[in-house]
Ligand binder design. Structure first.
Ligand code: HEM
Length: 450
C-alpha cells in the first residue's frame, strides 16, 4: 500500500470510538433518549452526540489520520497534534454531554459547561482540520477520493461552528437575533452537515480508495465519480446558502434544502453505480467479509436517501427511523465492516512489518476468522433493520429489545477486533517469531515504526 506508514494514535481513536458506540447503544437499550424522550429533548441530544462525535467522528478522524497519506501519497503534516486533538475532543464531548444533562435539569450542573464543551470541541476539531487540510494542501492537485475528503472537511467546519453557536445560545452566554434564528431554524442544517456532509462524504471518499485497494480493482477516475463529486459539492453549496438564508431571515430555505436532498440522491446513486463497477472490475475474485458487509451499508445509504426525499417520510417518527437507518445501517455498518479489515491490517503492519522478508510471517487474512464474524455482521444488520422498523411503527418496547441484540452483536464484533490485536487467530508457529513486538491493545508503541 503506497504511503502505508503507521499513524501512531489511530488505534487509540478507534478504541475511544468503540467505547462510545457501546455507551450510545447501551443508553438506547436502557430507554434513554428518543423514542422514550422527545426528539429534541436534552436526553436525545446526549445520545446523538455520544454517537455522532464519540463514535462516528472519532472513528473517522482516526481513519483519516491513517488514510489521508495513502490517498495523496505523501506523509501527514503535523501528525504530532493527533494526541492533543484526541484529548480535546474527549474532554469537549464530556463537557458537552454534561451541559445537555444540565439542560435537562436531571442533575444540578452549570449550563456554562455547554459552551466550554463546545469550545474544546472547536479546538479539537480545529487541530484535526489543520492537520488534514495542511496534508491535503501539500499534495495538490488532489486525486478524486481526496477531493471528497476535502468537501467532507468543509462540512465538518460548518457542523462545529453551528454546534458552537447553539451552545452559546442554549446556555444564555450568547444572545442576539442571529443566534436565536440559528437555534430556531438551523438544527436540521447542523445535523445534515454533520451526518450527510462530514461523516458520509468523507466516508465515500475514503471508500473509493479502500474498495479499489482491497478488491485489487484498477484505480480509474470515472466520469460518474466526478459527477458524484460535483453533485455533492453543489448540494453542500446549497446547504451553506441555507445557513445564510436562516441567518438573514430570507425565504426559500425549504426549497433549497429539498434541492440539496435531491442532489444527494443523485450523488448516492452515482456512488452506488461506481461501487458496482469497482466490484465487477476486481482482480480478487473472492470478496472478503469487510467488502460484503460494506455493501449492505451502502444499500442502507441508498434506501435512507431515497426515502428521505419523500416529503411524507420527513415527519416525526419517519425521519427518526430514517436517521437511525442512516446512522446505524450506513455509517456504523460501514465503520464496523472497514474496522474489521483495518484493525487486522494495522496490527499486521505493526507486528510483522519490521520482520517482513526476514522471517516467515502470516497473511493479513490469517489475523481474522471470517466464518464467525460473518454471522455477527448478519445479526448486527438484522437488528438494525428490526430497530428501524420498530421506530417506524412507534414500538418503543420492541425497539429496546432489538437495540439490545444490536449491542450484543456489536460487542461480539469488537471482540473480533481485540482477537486480531492479540494475534489470537494466527497459527502458533507464526505468532511469536523472535523479532516480533506484540502490539498494545490501543496505545501506540513507545517507538514509532516507519
Ligand atoms: C460532528 C458531528 C455532529 C453531528 C452529526 C451532530 C448532530 C446533531 C443533531 C442530529 C442534532 C439534533 C438533535 C435533536 O434534535 O435531537 C444536533 C443538535 C445540537 N448539536 Fe450537534 N452534531 C455534531 C457536532 C456537534 C458539535 C461539535 C457541537 C458543539 C460544538 C454540537 C452541538 C449541538 C447542540 C448544542 C445541539 C442542540 C441544538 C438545539 O436543540 O437547539 N454538535 N446535533
Amino acid at each position: 500500500m503506497p504511503g502505508a506508514t503507521l499513524s501512531r494514535w489511530t488505534m487509540s481513536y478507534f478504541a475511544a470510538a468503540c467505547l462510545m458506540l457501546v455507551v450510545g447503544q447501551g443508553l438506547m437499550a436502557a430507554g434513554f433518549g428518543y423514542p422514550a424522550a422527545a426528539i429534541g429533548a436534552p436526553e436525545t441530544l446526549v445520545l446523538v452526540h455520544v454517537v455522532a462525535i464519540g463514535w462516528l467522528s472519532l472513528l473517522m478522524v482516526g481513519a483519516l489520520l491513517q488514510f489521508v497519506p495513502v490517498l495523496v501519497g505523501r506523509p501527514l503534516v503535523g501528525g504530532n497534534y493527533a494526541a492533543p486533538a484526541l484529548l480535546l475532543l474527549i474532554v469537549g464531548l464530556i463537557c458537552l454531554v454534561a451541559g445537555f444533562v444540565a439542560l435537562s435539569g436531571a442533575v444540578d450542573l452549570p449550563l456554562v459547561l455547554l459552551p466550554l464543551g463546545g469550545g474544546a470541541l472547536v479546538a479539537g476539531f480545529g487541530l484535526v482540520l489543520a492537520i488534514l487540510l495542511a496534508s491535503l494542501l501539500a499534495a495538490r492537485p488532489l486525486p478524486l477520493p481526496a477531493r471528497f475528503v476535502a468537501l467532507g472537511l468543509a462540512a465538518l467546519a460548518g457542523t462545529i461552528l453551528l454546534g458552537f453557536c447553539f451552545t452559546l445560545a442554549l446556555s444564555g452566554v450568547g444572545a442576539g437575533s442571529l443566534l436565536d434564528r440559528l437555534v430556531a431554524d438551523g438544527v436540521s442544517l447542523h445535523a445534515t452537515f454533520g451526518l450527510g456532509g462530514w461523516l458520509s462524504v468523507t466516508a465515500i471518499g475514503v471508500s473509493y480508495r479502500l474498495l479499489t485497494m482491497f478488491l485489487l480493482a484498477p484505480e480509474k477516475e470515472r466520469p460518474t465519480s466526478h459527477a458524484a463529486l460535483q453533485a455533492t459539492g453543489l448540494a453542500m453549496g446549497l446547504l451553506f446558502i441555507c445557513i445564510a438564508a436562516v441567518l438573514f431571515g430570507l425565504s426559500g430555505e425549504t426549497v433549497l434544502f429539498a434541492a440539496a436532498l435531491l442532489l444527494t440522491l443523485v450523488a448516492a446513486l452515482l456512488y452506488g453505480g461506481d461501487v458496482l463497477h469497482i466490484y465487477r472490475a476486481r482482480k480478487r475474485k473472492q470478496a472478503e467479509l469487510n467488502i460484503r458487509a460494506s455493501f449492505i451499508a451502502i444499500a442502507a445509504l441508498l434506501v435512507a436517501i431515497l426515502l428521505v426525499n419523500v416529503p411524507a417520510m420527513r415527519d416525526g417518527d419517519g425521519v427518526a427511523a430514517l436517521v437511525y437507518l442512516f446512522v446505524f445501517g450506513w455509517l456504523t455498518g460501514l465503520g464496523l465492516a472497514q474496522l474489521y479489515k483495518i484493525v487486522a491490517f494495522l496490527t499486521w503492519l505493526e507486528a510483522y512489518g519490521p520482520i517482513m522478508g526476514r522471517a516467515p510471517i502470516p497473511r493479513v487474512q490469517d489475523l481474522v476468522e471470517e466464518s464467525r464474524a460473518r454471522i455477527l455482521f448478519m445479526l448486527y444488520y438484522g437488528a438494525v433493520a428490526a430497530a428501524t422498523l420498530a421506530l417506524f411503527a412507534g414500538a418503543c418496547g420492541l425497539f429496546r429489545i432489538v437495540v439490545f441484540a444490536q449491542l450484543a452483536a456489536t460487542l461480539a464484533i469488537m471482540r473480533e477486533f481485540v482477537r486480531a490485536r492479540r494475534l489470537s487467530a494466527v497459527p502458533a508457529a507464526l505468532r511469536t517469531p523472535a523479532a516480533i513486538v506484540p502490539p498494545n491493545l490501543f496505545l501506540p508503541l513507545t517507538t514509532s515504526r516507519r
